[in-house]
Design a protein around this ligand. Structure first.
Ligand code: NAD
Length: 289
């Protein structure tokens, strides 16, 4: 398949490389002009998109996506599919899809879970919004870049799934960290706390798979000085997207709102920037009421 790939950063670079390694013809564009094995560099986003059957974008945010889409959509061949894999706000995802469909193209929002390890290893999970036909066209590419693609519904449904998932993650990570901080002050051993909670009703991915306490549970960023992993500022980005969506959909999300406020404080006014999002544990441990 002829593929245009725009945004060849930490995630997009390895995703494009995997598509090329599987035998697809990939033309890539990124403002930073990185060299990606097997990917033919294009001089612009429009050049990467021209003549491609599928154009994939993997960009920092919704504003940049809207700008790139405005350049790329007129350059795309009739019937081609624009597939955005970035994590962006639901409104931008829907606006870009509407423009693409109005121009006679297919459109998908297909954000991912799995991080840079998943991108390199081709084991991402895709959460996808858009038409059945567009999903069917891009499915073979999802199979190369990832291990699972869930078709969640119409345009915007992929981004909705992503931010709802990550809102749960932010809230459960904070809850897990504050429970450890309380347990410490009650004199409960952290390993005993893990042994109980990980097999009781307080268990979660944050406790069982990504335990924020160093030396406890499976290996996680806590065991590596809280080097990310999943950076606190990326969690903050996703929590803000969830609150923006809640505002625009008039949904009551008090826990998500509080999680966003705590990560804002941590990243902007404390030492959270550059630390893993599970470093909420030492932050809370250092405090009293
Ligand atoms: P990144 O900053 O490494 O990559 C983004 C790339 O886009 C950069 O190389 C940048 O030069 C390029 N770019 C910016 N503006 C451009 C433009 N106008 N035209 C062409 N290229 C442009 O970020 P990343 O970690 O690869 O993340 C990309 C997206 O994936 C984000 O939306 C992020 O939220 C999401 N995501 C990241 C992770 C992760 O663990 N890194 C996990 C899941 C989802």
């Amino acid at each position: 398949m002829k593929i245009g790939f725009i945004g060849l950063g930490n995630m997009g670079g390895p995703m494009a490389r995997n598509l090329a390694a599987a035998g697809h013809q990939v033309a890539g564009f990124d403002l930073a002009a990185p060299q990606i094995e097997g990917v033919t560099p294009a001089a612009s986003a429009a050049e990467a998109a021209a003549g491609a059957e599928v154009v994939i974008t993997m960009l920092p945010n919704g504003q940049i996506l809207r700008a790139v889409a405005a350049e790329v959509i007129p350059a795309m061949a009739a019937g081609a599919v624009l597939c955005d894999c970035s994590t962006v706000d639901v409104d931008s995802a829907r606006a870009v899809a509407e423009q693409a469909v109005a121009a006679g193209l297919g459109a998908l929002d297909a954000p991912v879970s799995g991080g840079v390890g998943g991108a390199a290893g081709g084991t991402l999970t895709f959460m996808v919004g858009g038409s059945d036909a567009a999903f069917a066209t891009v499915s073979p590419l999802f199979d190369i870049m990832g291990q699972k693609a869930v078709h969640c519904g119409e345009s915007g449904a992929g981004q909705a799934a992503k931010i709802c998932n990550n809102m749960i993650l932010g809230v459960t990570m904070i809850a897990t960290c504050e429970a450890f901080a309380l347990a410490d002050k009650l004199g409960l051993d952290r390993q005993k706390m893990f042994d109980v909670v990980s097999t009781s009703s307080g268990y979660s991915w944050s406790m069982n798979a990504y335990c924020p306490a160093p030396g406890v549970g499976p290996t996680s960023p806590a065991d590596n000085g809280y080097k990310p992993g999943f950076a606190a500022e990326l969690m903050l980005k996703d929590l803000r997207l969830s609150q923006q969506a809640a505002e625009s959909a008039d949904a009551d999300t008090p826990m998500g709102q509080l999680a966003a406020a705590l990560y804002t404080e941590f990243v902007e006014n404390e030492d959270g920037r550059g630390q893993d999002f599970s470093a909420m544990l030492p932050r809370l441990s250092a405090r009293g009421r």
